[in-house]
Ligand binder design. Structure first.
Ligand SMILES: Nc1nc2c(c(=O)[nH]1)N[C@H]1C(S)=C(S)[C@@H](COP(=O)(O)OP(=O)(O)OC[C@H]3O[C@@H](n4cnc5c(=O)[nH]c(N)nc54)[C@H](O)[C@@H]3O)O[C@H]1N2
Ligand SMILES: Nc1nc2c(c(=O)[nH]1)N[C@H]1C(S)=C(S)[C@@H](COP(=O)(O)OP(=O)(O)OC[C@H]3O[C@@H](n4cnc5c(=O)[nH]c(N)nc54)[C@H](O)[C@@H]3O)O[C@H]1N2
Ligand code: SF4
Ligand SMILES: [Mo]
Length: 717
């Protein structure tokens, strides 16, 4: 489109429509580009799913794209010196050094870590698998074990597939019990729902939203009711809710009973947890639990939903199971307004099952701490152990793609030190940050606006069935490579070094994969998918296609061997012994417990170099209840020492009556002040890293998920 702007200036302004890929919400954005310059980014009113909604982070698409600190050419480090080298030299050196480490010390001496943006970029999502296969190490890690692993474990054990995750039908429920999530700040997770605040307000208007959270968050503030729980108390609370439902005849699985086993076992478990037994430990009075359970059980279309605060704590696995179990007991699973399954146009769930990847758990144990494998990965909480502990199988090199584990994983300070001892670190990243500063080589991929994208993962997790292809706005700079091209190139070079044949996945060699690319692979998925779409068809609908509301999918969608749901899988029943022990423990009085939080204008660790997103009052503050502050002689704005078993930080106190007394909150993803971090804006207000205090030994011991929340801490002036 050519348009005339200003006083007769003829400019070539082009308008593009695509999806914002920063968080899970899949907002449609309309971006105007004048030559090489992005002149505006706004919500796409014609996107049938997001209908014009965007949050302030959409502007980060421009800020990262144009960021002078963003790397565009391969970087090599020798000592403290960095130099720019050619792509050919960098790829040859990367593959050569990885191969050398593996030849000398075995395949598992190279570890792979894949971070969160992997899932927001279909190139790295699909070709990350190709790279992982070519590396062929047992040492695979990702942000999963600091995030949603408990939900995946529950899905695997109950529904037979680790990706068959139920999504709360937020637009049609009339009673949502939400635990450990703050969608007003996070925009929703495993509940892709652009404009979720609007959807939650509509729910409050027609029904009820009850938020269980140690902090009265932005979401709790708009909810019908806020239940301030003790960190880690969710599993116990949910057991008591289940108890009341069964005792009062409100457990009515309905049609689910025909294809669910273990319902009697579930009821027998629930009987052991009357509200009076759990009230003290979870900090919610028994009468309140009674009232809450009855309101939930009597609602017409109830749903229970739990997220990060429910997963990343000591009882994450059991908590995630109980969320599903409650939805079953309420008859809410697979029912309109309840917890439903999508019918995605590119059916990643079915595609994975077809190649035998439904998931698995505990097929092996990690070398040093004996932690369980999940889906071929070990918990990131043990990565530093595997680097530091000598012996056969010790990790000596790391490939880190789209992740920043120095800031995102527990005891990041220890991992930071461990990384500096490795023989070789390869980062595939846009920036020289806290993790990639340890790299010997950084391979910078193109950023979002330079490549196409289809949300293979988030269409599976969305509250409505939709499909959308995003096309690039800008051609990659000369020689630049997409994530998938870097991954494929490394995979094929590694394979060749080994003298192996070029078959990389599913019988497809590098040449075939190069030809198909992520677009070709997803086109195949679309064609064989339930809506019979094609990439060509999606190209004709730049705003996306609406495929209707979520529909009941069970029992046909189940992947268990007997085609039944397991309402009470043995792994979770066994783990209740830990909950029991916790309930029997005397509650230690007076201690402080540390939890995390998210901010609307930030996204994990990587948007703090956008000036307009970080400007304003400092956001990396410790929220402290006024009573807890007074007891320690701390005023608003005071500096204080916050310490845990693993570290100590100097933090700025922000008084907050939102906090449950005894609980303090610090956001994660900050701490940019380290040497060698090349983020000029972020360094001006670097903040501290929450994960320098999080104890890597504290886990949900069942699943290996990091207990990022509920860290015992001390606070002193
Ligand atoms: N204490 C505490 N810790 C937490 C959490 C918490 O709630 N509390 N949350 C956890 C959760 S849920 C998550 S998901 C993890 C996130 O943990 P990570 O995934 O390890 O970290 P991010 O901060 O998301 O870092 C993403 C990196 O990817 C780079 N990047 C961005 N886009 C691209 C791209 O397209 N390609 C490539 N190659 N690189 C790209 C960025 O520059 C950045 O370095 O953190 C976890 N850590
Ligand atoms: N603006 C913004 N949006 C984001 C991100 C971001 O960093 N910034 N990150 C993205 C990512 S990777 C993810 S996974 C999603 C996460 O999305 P959400 O799951 O909504 O994550 P949080 O906002 O961290 O909300 C977790 C809540 O759990 C509470 N909590 C802590 N401990 C406990 C506990 O023991 N019990 C209970 N009941 N609650 C507890 C915290 O107070 C917090 O309010 O957000 C995504 N969206
Ligand atoms: S909520 Fe914000 S960051 Fe997330 S997709 Fe929408 S515009 Fe992007
Ligand atoms: Mo996450």
């Amino acid at each position: 489109m050519t348009s005339v702007t200003g006083a007769g200036t003829l400019s070539r302004v082009k308008t593009h429509h695509r999806t914002c890929t920063i968080c899970e919400a899949m907002c449609g954005v309309t971006i105007e580009v004048d030559g090489d310059t992005i002149t505006s980014i706004r919500g796409d009113d014609d996107d049938p799913f997001s209908r014009g909604h965007v949050c302030p982070k959409a502007l980060a698409l421009k800020d990262v794209h144009e960021d002078p600190d963003r790397l565009t050419l391969p970087q090599r480090r020798t000592g403290a010196r960095w130099e720019t080298i050619s792509w050919e030299e960098a790829l040859a050196e990367a593959a050569g050094r990885l191969h050398a480490v593996q030849r000398a010390h075995g395949r598992s001496a190279v570890a792979l870590y894949q971070g969160n943006p992997t899932v927001h970029n279909y190139g790295s999502l699909l070709f990350g698998q190709v790279l992982a296969r070519a590396i062929g190490s047992r040492n695979n890690y990702s942000a999963t074990s600091a995030d949603q692993l408990p939900h995946m474990l529950a899905a695997l054990e109950m529904f037979g597939h680790q990706l068959l995750l139920p999504v709360p039908d937020v637009d049609r429920t009339d009673f949502m019990l939400m635990l450990g999530a703050n969608p007003v700040a996070s925009n929703g997770s495993i509940m892709t729902a652009p404009g979720v605040e609007r959807r939650l307000k509509a729910l409050v208007a027609r029904g009820a939203l009850v938020v269980v959270d140690p902090r009265r968050t932005e979401t709790a503030a708009l909810a019908t009711e806020h239940v301030p729980i003790t960190p880690g108390g969710d599993a116990a609370l949910l057991l008591a809710v289940l108890h009341v439902l069964h005792r009062d005849g409100l457990a009515r699985p309905g049609r689910l009973a025909a294809f669910t086993r273990g319902l009697e076992r579930l009821e027998a478990v629930a009987r052991r947890y009357p509200p009076s037994r759990v009230a003290g430990a979870c900090g919610v009075p028994a009468e309140r639990i009674e009232r809450l359970a009855r309101a939930l059980g009597e609602a017409r279309r109830p749903v229970v939903y739990g997220r990060v605060g429910l997963c990343t704590q000591r009882f994450g696995g059991v908590g995630a199971w109980l969320v599903n179990a409650l939805n079953i007991a309420l008859g809410a699973l697979d029912r309109e307004g309840g917890a439903m399954f999508t019918t995605p146009a590119a059916d990643a769930v079915a595609a994975m099952a077809k190649i035998g990847m439904r998931g698995h758990f505990d097929r092996g144990r990690s070398r040093v701490r004996g932690l369980p494998e999940f889906g071929g990965e070990y918990p990131v909480a043990t990565l530093a152990d595997e680097i530091e502990t000598p012996g056969e199988g010790q990790v000596r090199a790391l490939v880190c793609s789209a992740g920043n584990p120095v800031l995102s994983s527990p005891n990041g300070a220890r991992l930071d030190r461990a990384l500096s001892t490795l023989d070789f670190v390869l980062s595939i990243d846009l920036y020289r940050n806290e993790t990639s500063r340890h790299a010997h080589l950084i391979l910078p991929p193109t950023f979002a606006l330079e490549h196409d994208h289809y949300d293979v993962a988030f269409h599976v997790l969305a509250v409505r069935n939709t499909a959308k292809l995003s096309l690039p706005l800008f051609a990659p700079r000369a020689g630049a490579r997409h994530d998938w091209q870097i991954m494929l190139e490394l995979a094929s070079r590694l394979t060749r070094h080994r003298g192996g044949k070029d078959a990389l996945v599913g019988g497809l060699g590098a040449a075939a994969l190069r030809r198909l690319g992520p677009r070709g692979l997803v086109d195949l998925m679309l064609r064989t998918g339930p809506h019979g779409l094609t990439m060509k068809e999606l190209e004709r609908h730049p705003h996306g296609i609406d495929l209707g509301p979520l529909l009941p999918r069970l029992p046909a969608r189940l992947f268990t061997s007997d085609g039944m749901i397991d309402a009470a899988p043995p792994v979770f029943l066994k783990d209740l012994a830990r909950v029991d022990a916790w309930l029997d423990e005397a509650q230690a009085p007076g201690g402080l417990s540390l939890i995390g939080r998210r901010d609307l204008r930030s996204n994990n660790s990587w948007l703090h170099n956008s000036r307009r997103l970080v400007k304003g009052p400092p956001r990396c503050t410790l929220l402290v209840h006024p009573d807890d502050a007074a007891a320690r002689g701390l005023r608003d704005g005071a500096s204080a020492r916050l310490s845990s078993r693993v570290g100590e930080l100097l933090v700025t106190v922000e008084l907050s009556p939102e906090m449950r007394p005894g609980v303090v909150s610090l956001p994660h993803g900050w701490g940019h002040g380290r040497d060698g971090v090349e983020l000029r804006v972020a360094r001006e207000a670097p903040g501290q890293s929450l994960n320098d205090l999080v104890d890597e030994r504290a886990l949900d011991e069942l699943s290996g998920t990091a207990a990022l929340n509920g860290v015992p801490v001390e606070l002193r002036a």
